[in-house]
Design a protein around this ligand. Structure first.
Ligand code: ARE
Ligand code: CA
Length: 597
């Protein structure tokens, strides 16, 4: 381990590269290859080669940004001894060596952080169960009707049970129920298949006191408003039969006030065996009083759990393992950055889950660029808002030029292991944000989006489907839905199944087909080509066999194609269809995808 930074100062120039074989950003196994990368100051490397005991591999400039760049190569995945040789532009030679006594690093791949192929190859769809589809009217109950939930009296306002197309009320985000359930999802599996979906991310389904479910009352119990365990089992079986895996939402940072441990503390104070599970500031207290105990962001409805306490850990991690045993395929973890003692809690969670199901997928809800969370001991991936929102959305809006977007992407790709990138949970929006079409200027719920906003949605979703990692669609985006978070979380409004923007729906179906038919788009490998004005272009695939060209500005751009002959594979109606070489025109607000040959 340890950072192996080579720093050589010569005259007035500083030569500086970074390489650390213990860090997946520099050395990882992706798509069954050994990927070796080094980071250098921009423009300080002329060429580099990976020297190994079974041959030399030329490194190529992969991605760059203002001050830095990454050089990358891949070797077959097998045991190897290696070092790296570098030529600087002024003709000097440097080497990245293990030690001067023993120049060779050795790599055997044992215990490396594995990539999950089903994630890299997958298309993901996020479902917010209360608002997706109502498959069983008999379980449409108000939270108040569950006897565990009498405590909902402390919730702001009376919960309401609405009909599927009733208008939004101020309780919409949290206590306006619409009756969506697990059975309703099972009924829509054919629909999801028609979108190429192979992974479903389900928002919380454990017993809770809200429509969103983040205030867990019982981690081990399915909320009866979502159905019975038999219905859940049937859903998982039907999904698995269709090659669809399902990940659930797990909330270890805080529970809800109806949680039995919390109620016991409320009743007995420090006589309760659960006293140390929470952070009580004053007792007795009124349930829901955010000043009496620590709650998530001060909310009295979300008492914070003491995850330093081994009993709490056993309870929580036990619940995660319980649902994995039940048949789920992975876990999305809520606010991991706020959980106490994350450096031991998450490795424990990971070990317990992976022991039960080695290829279970663990995704952390971290909004920012945070490589420390994905080094192999915690998460496989993070919710990639940092890529989807902070970079791609702003690019698709036309706010970032092609070059600026690309440089930001360069930082992103440099920060993570290629295996991590290939397991990326690539989303733009979710139940926590406005809908992407709204962000792109389409308006709010009920409006008619402009043609330009639809065109920008197509640009953005196409980019998402061409990048390494799994593209994630928030339920309804594929139907052209609108929803402004600032207006009572409109993005959570139920899908009205009798309405859809057919053009957008066909687009999402075509994207799934494109990705299915183009393995390079599902590979781990990406390499920048060029950027100018509103345009950016990058290669995909281990032989740079696909070129993705985007233009987010309102005027067309022209691109000089890389050497060789290319044919257009997207959009399908692009003409001419003959092989191209030389320069091509890239229409305003569009993506063109080309393949060699
Ligand atoms: C609800 C409304 C809010 C309202 C609040 C108070 O939605 O609009 O302000 O009530 O009345 C759950 C529910 C929410 C609910 C919340 C509290 O889903 O509907 O709020 O509980 O009752 C940050 C966190 C991130 C968090 C988001 C929401 O970092 O982890 O805020 N996401 C998770 C879940 C949520 C869930 C919770 C946490 C709590 O996914 O659904 O909320 O369990 C920036 C920052 C981000 C920030 C983001 C959004 O970009 O970088 O850190 O996320 O904005 O604010
Ligand atoms: Ca129902």
């Amino acid at each position: 381990g340890g950072k192996n930074a080579v720093r050589i100062v010569k005259g007035s120039t500083t030569f500086y590269v970074e390489f650390d074989p213990a860090d997946p950003a520099y050395l990882s196994i992706a798509d069954n290859r050994t990927v070796v990368r080094l980071e250098a100051k921009r423009g300080t490397v002329e060429s580099a080669v990976l020297v190994t005991n079974h041959g030399n591999y030329t490194m190529k400039l992969q991605v760059w940004w203002d001050f830095g760049e990454v050089w990358r190569t891949e070797a077959p995945f097998e045991e190897m001894k290696y070092y790296i040789l570098i030529n600087s532009p002024d003709g000097e030679r440097f080497a990245v060596l293990n030690t001067s006594d023993n120049p060779f690093f050795s790599f055997d791949g044992v215990d490396r952080f594995p990539q999950l192929g089903w994630v890299s190859n997958g298309i993901t769809y996020q479902i917010f169960p209360d608002r997706f589809n109502n498959g069983n009217k008999s379980n449409d109950v108000l939270a108040l009707d569950h006897d565990e939930l009498i405590l909902n009296q402390v919730n702001p306002g009376q919960p309401i049970l609405s009909n599927w197309s009733d208008p939004i009320t101020p309780l919409h985000c949290c206590h306006q129920y619409f009756g969506g359930d697990i059975k309703g999802i099972t009924e829509k599996l054919d629909y999801l298949q028609s979108l190429g979906v192979t992974i479903i991310y389900l928002n919380p389904i454990s017993l809770s006191g809200s429509a969103h479910g983040y205030d867990t009352y019982d981690y081990y119990r399915l909320d009866p408003k979502f159905g019975t365990e038999e219905e859940l089992r049937e859903f998982l079986n039907e999904a698995h039969k269709r090659g669809i895996r399902v990940i659930f939402d797990f909330v270890p940072n805080h529970c809800g006030i109806g949680n039995p441990a919390f109620l016991d503390v409320w009743k007995k104070g420090n006589e309760s065996p659960y006293w140390d599970w929470f952070f009580i500031k004053q007792w007795p207290f009124k349930l829901g009083d955010g000043n009496a105990y620590v709650g998530w962001w001060g909310f009295g409805s979300l008492p914070k759990l003491n995850t330093s306490n081994p009993e709490v850990r056993e309870y929580l991690i036990g619940a995660a393992v319980h649902w994995i045993k039940f048949g789920f395929d992975g876990i999305r973890v809520d606010v991991p950055n706020e959980v106490l003692d994350p450096e031991t809690f998450f490795p424990e969670l990971r070990e317990a889950v992976k022991e039960e199901k080695p290829d279970a997928y663990l995704v952390g809800e971290i909004w920012t660029l945070s490589p420390e969370w994905v080094k192999g001991d915690r998460f496989d991936s993070l919710m990639n808002y940092a890529l989807g929102r902070d970079i791609l959305l702003n690019y698709a809006k036309g706010l970032l030029s092609g070059e600026s977007a690309m440089k930001l992407m360069g930082r992103y790709y440099a920060s993570y292991g290629e295996n991590v990138v290939a397991m990326g949970f690539n989303l733009v929006d979710s139940h926590d944000t406005s809908r992407v079409l709204t962000d792109l200027g389409g308006g709010s719920l009920g409006d008619t989006p402009s043609d330009e906003s639809i065109q920008r949605l197509k640009l953005l979703s196409t980019l998402l489907y061409t990048l390494p990692g799994t593209p994630v669609t928030f339920q309804g985006d594929e139907r052209g839905l609108l929803g402004d978070k600032g207006h009572y979380d409109e993005q959570r409004y139920p899908i009205q199944w009798d309405k859809a923007n057919k053009d957008v729906l066909n687009h999402y179906r075509a994207l799934a087909e494109l990705r299915r038919g183009t393995p390079a788009l599902r590979s781990s490998a990406i390499r920048f080509y060029t950027a100018e004005g509103g345009m950016m272009a990058f290669f995909r695939g281990h032989n740079n066999e696909v070129l993705v060209v985007a233009n987010s500005w309102k005027k067309s751009a022209s691109l000089e194609l890389p050497q060789g002959e290319w044919k257009v594979i997207w959009p399908e109606d692009y003409s001419p269809s003959d092989p191209l070489s030389g320069t091509i025109e890239v229409p305003p607000i569009s993506v063109i995808i080309l393949e060699r040959g």
